[in-house]
Design a protein around this ligand. Structure first.
Ligand SMILES: NC(=O)c1ccc[n+]([C@@H]2O[C@H](COP(=O)([O-])OP(=O)(O)OC[C@H]3O[C@@H](n4cnc5c(N)ncnc54)[C@H](O)[C@@H]3O)[C@@H](O)[C@H]2O)c1
Length: 407
């Protein structure tokens, strides 16, 4: 009797290899804010979603990449990554990596994504897709030509209350839509002492970020708006840079600030509705006040990130004496995603949006023809075109047509 057969006799209950779920081996680039949010999603998703599906792939953190070996090793230990790389070029070339998750600042998205295409990797890319529509177009062309599965992490879609809003609108319950309005307000850049450049603060450097609040915050609002209410056709905008120069961490010198600190824009949707969007990092007292409201002929819906499990709902068909705004706590088994977690009434948080996004991506691998709930590169390019048009409108002080994402 061989050693192997002895072992298999001693372990009759162990699963045979062919029953083991197929892994989706992820290579994560960047271990900052998003690196942590995504690593958490990779570990959580199979515990809560798709357990009983035989064709479902199970994501694993095959490798993580960052330039500082010490910090990288700490991150890899914390998040149980199987290996590390200090150069993303090596990571994307590895034959034991199936999908690359890009969690680096915006100026690196295109270069890493195009290298992924060259090596036949699936791509999950943080938002915004790129620095501008030109880069985004090249990325969409490459990834679609190579037929590689792709996702952009517009994560707010996957909060139960936001998905419920989408479902209600898709069911036609609002009737004709008249208005959409969204805000994303923060207050963390008011101090003139804050430098530009470096971890997190690369957002203040236009060369790295592409734009200020438009690409960073409004891009989220635009993605949600386009997902729920359809394409935006034209915009009129104003932007402001309140602090005109800041020390750059790379040079130690004062350098002009080229990002938009605040942006407000008006928009028209293809369905005839009109919109107002506003974002700033100078709204003292607001940390991440992302809100949206949509007003239709029969119903209105409103949502607030600071109370993210609730959807405010107004139904005009209710008898006049009982009619009013109600607050739906989206934590019941009937609500999107919620039934996979805890018992009714227990809330979810920001991190769950990434778990749900990854779940939707895995769904699409399992059933490539099913409707996609996530933003792929092409949808994200449409959002990029809106951002570009907003910045152009602010520059020219004119209404500006939005390029549509037909490549
Ligand atoms: N979906 C969301 O809600 C959300 C939230 C925050 C940030 N983002 C996006 O995620 C991306 C990253 O943002 P963040 O907040 O995590 O930034 P961060 O500054 O916290 O982290 C960026 C990481 O990228 C690493 N990095 C930079 N250049 C690199 C390179 N050449 N090779 C390897 N690693 C490199 C940095 O060392 C750092 O670990 C950005 O595109 C941002 O717009 C999305």
């Amino acid at each position: 009797m061989t050693k192997t057969s002895t072992r298999s006799k001693q372990q009759p209950t162990s699963i045979c290899v062919s029953d083991a779920p197929r892994e989706l081996r992820i290579g994560l680039v960047g271990y900052g804010f998003m690196g942590r949010a995504h690593a958490n999603a990779v570990h959580q998703v199979a515990h809560f979603f798709g357990k009983n599906s035989p064709n479902r792939r199970v994501p694993v953190l095959q490798a993580v990449c960052g330039r500082d070996a010490e910090k990288l090793s700490e991150f890899a230990k914390t998040w149980s990554a199987r290996s590390t790389e200090t150069d993303w070029r090596k990571l994307v070339a590895r034959s034991d990596v199936d999908a690359v998750d890009i969690c680096t600042p915006n100026d690196s998205h295109m270069e890493i994504a195009l290298a992924c295409v060259k090596h036949g990797k699936m791509i999950l890319c943080e938002k915004p897709l790129a620095l501008d529509g030109k880069q985004g177009t090249a990325m969409v062309r490459a990834v679609e030509k190579a037929k590689l599965p792709n996702l952009v992490w517009y994560n707010y879609r996957f909060l139960p209350a936001v998905t419920l809003a989408k479902n209600i609108v898709d069911a036609g319950e609002l009737g004709k839509v008249f208005h959409y309005r969204a805000n994303f307000l923060q207050d963390w850049t008011i101090s003139a002492d804050l430098p530009q450049g470096g971890t997190g603060l690369w957002r203040l450097d236009a060369k790295v970020a592409g734009s200020g609040v438009t690409g960073d915050l409004l891009a989220h609002c635009i993605d949600t708006a386009r997902w729920i209410n359809g394409d935006i056709t034209e915009v009129s905008a104003m932007t402001e840079t309140f602090i005109k120069s800041r020390v750059h961490t790379a040079t130690g010198k004062q350098q002009p600030v080229k990002i938009d600190d605040a942006c407000a824009f008006l928009a028209r949707f293809k369905n005839g509705s009109m919109a107002v969007f506003e974002s700033t990092r100078y709204a003292r007292g607001h940390k991440a006040l992302y809100t949206f409201e949509i007003n239709g002929e029969h119903k209105s819906l409103a949502w607030d990130l600071h109370d993210l499990n609730r959807l405010s709902y107004f139904d005009h068909s209710v008898n006049g004496d009982r009619r009013g705004w109600s607050s739906i706590h989206c934590t019941d088994g009937d609500h999107p995603y919620a039934g996979n977690w805890w018992v009714p009434g227990l809330g979810l948080g920001y991190e769950h949006s990434f778990v749900h996004g990854l779940h939707e991506f895995l769904n699409s691998l399992e059933s490539p023809k099913a409707e996609r709930r996530f933003a792929d590169f092409r949808h994200a390019l449409g959002t990029q075109f809106v951002c570009d048009a907003v910045l152009e409108a602010a520059r020219t002080r004119r209404w500006t047509r939005v390029k549509q994402a037909r490549v």
